[in-house]
Design a protein around this ligand. Structure first.
Ligand SMILES: Cc1ncc(C[n+]2csc(CCOP(=O)(O)OP(=O)(O)O)c2C)c(N)n1
Ligand code: SF4
Ligand SMILES: [Mg+2]
Length: 315
């Protein structure tokens, strides 16, 4: 088994329960035609197509309807994602997608926001938001489509570009040590940390589904090749290109943080699957408790009366 469905408590059902159709009839799953938005503007062969197709499959499989689909992204080729999904979504500020998605998640517990973006969006300009959303354990899924380069701006070194990578910002080869997204996610406090690759569609779908079912912040690093500016970057992980696709070993305990770091330390292509998953109270739950207890103290009062009392206290 690829350790995709570990037996831990805390998995949720909110996104699996759909409101009935008017008249009580069961609503049909949306078809791809009903979910697909604008024609994707990615270069032919870009790995991002695969991630989008599998997001559609997930929506279909889990019978999510338009009012339950929330797709958020920052800026970048990968971040154009929400344009191509015919549902609720936002193409937001560079590096700030998680901040917006956090607000959506906290205010709408019936939704499970999916955030998509690139390695630059996630770990350069959005690095701070990544760490803080992870430590707060906010209920949402973040899929980073990692191509080891800035694609949209035409080939600059990204935080995941390997040493020696020649780009417009490092014409002599990158000299800065790359970050390890898996280690960073675990260290920041993410409660679900998994790795997949665009070249294995079934695996992408399984990982995204497990991430959606996790209660809390779920992080997925999905290798997604930029055929324009970093062709062949992931060949070593693709059996069709002579590489190796190795699943997380069956013996791996996803609750073991140190073992997860060890897995993340393996040289490329490393392993694919769930590295780390634990159950911890989410900010959503904790904030709900605070709100409920505050509301209990003013039970029976209308909102305007509570506001008036507050204003009176300020006089
Ligand atoms: C505030 C701000 N700074 C810089 C940019 C320029 N910019 C747009 S996308 C991008 C990086 C994209 O790289 P990545 O997130 O890896 O996405 P990819 O295109 O590779 O999918 C940058 C630097 C911007 N749009 N806004
Ligand atoms: S530039 Fe790269 S990341 Fe952007 S659409 Fe083209 S192949 Fe994909
Ligand atoms: Mg990128």
């Amino acid at each position: 088994m690829s350790v995709l469905t570990p037996d831990i408590s805390g998995t949720k059902t909110a996104t699996t329960v759909q409101p009935p159709a008017p008249g009580g009839a069961e609503r049909k799953a949306l078809t791809k035609k009903e979910i697909a938005g604008d024609h994707p503007t990615w270069c032919p062969g870009c790995g991002d197509f695969s991630v989008l197709a599998l997001y559609f499959k997930l929506i279909e499989k889990r019978k999510l309807h338009h009012e339950k689909i929330t797709t958020v992204a920052g800026i970048g080729c990968s971040s154009r994602f929400p344009y191509f999904v015919q549902a609720h979504g936002v193409h937001y500020i560079h590096g700030r997608a998680l901040a917006l998605a956090s607000g959506i998640s906290l205010s709408r517990p019936d939704l499970h926001p999916f955030v998509f973006g690139g390695d630059g969006d996630a770990f350069s300009i959005g690095g701070n938001h990544f760490n803080h959303t992870a430590r707060k354990n906010i209920n949402l899924t973040y899929v980073v489509m990692d191509n080891w380069v800035y694609g949209l701006t035409k080939k600059q070194t990204s935080p995941t570009s390997p040493l020696g990578f020649k780009s417009k910002t490092d014409p002599w080869g990158a000299v800065d040590y790359p970050i390890n997204p898996m280690k960073q996610a675990i260290a920041a406090g993410a409660t679900f940390v998994a790795r997949t690759t665009h070249s294995n569609p079934k695996h992408v779908l399984d990982v995204m589904e497990a991430a959606m079912d996790h209660e809390g912040f779920s992080f997925v690093e999905c290798l997604s090749e930029c055929v324009e500016f970093y062709e062949g970057a992931f060949d070593a992980s693709n059996p069709r290109k002579g590489g190796e696709f190795n699943l997380v070993p069956d013996s791996h305990d996803v609750r073991d943080e140190i073992a997860a770091y060890r897995l993340a330390d393996a040289p490329f292509p490393g392993h694919f699957g769930i590295f780390y998953q634990v159950s911890k109270p989410t900010k959503n739950e904790k904030e709900r408790e605070v709100i409920d207890s505050a509301r209990a103290k003013v039970k029976g009062q209308a909102d305007w009366q509570i506001l008036q009392a507050t204003l009176d206290r300020l006089k």
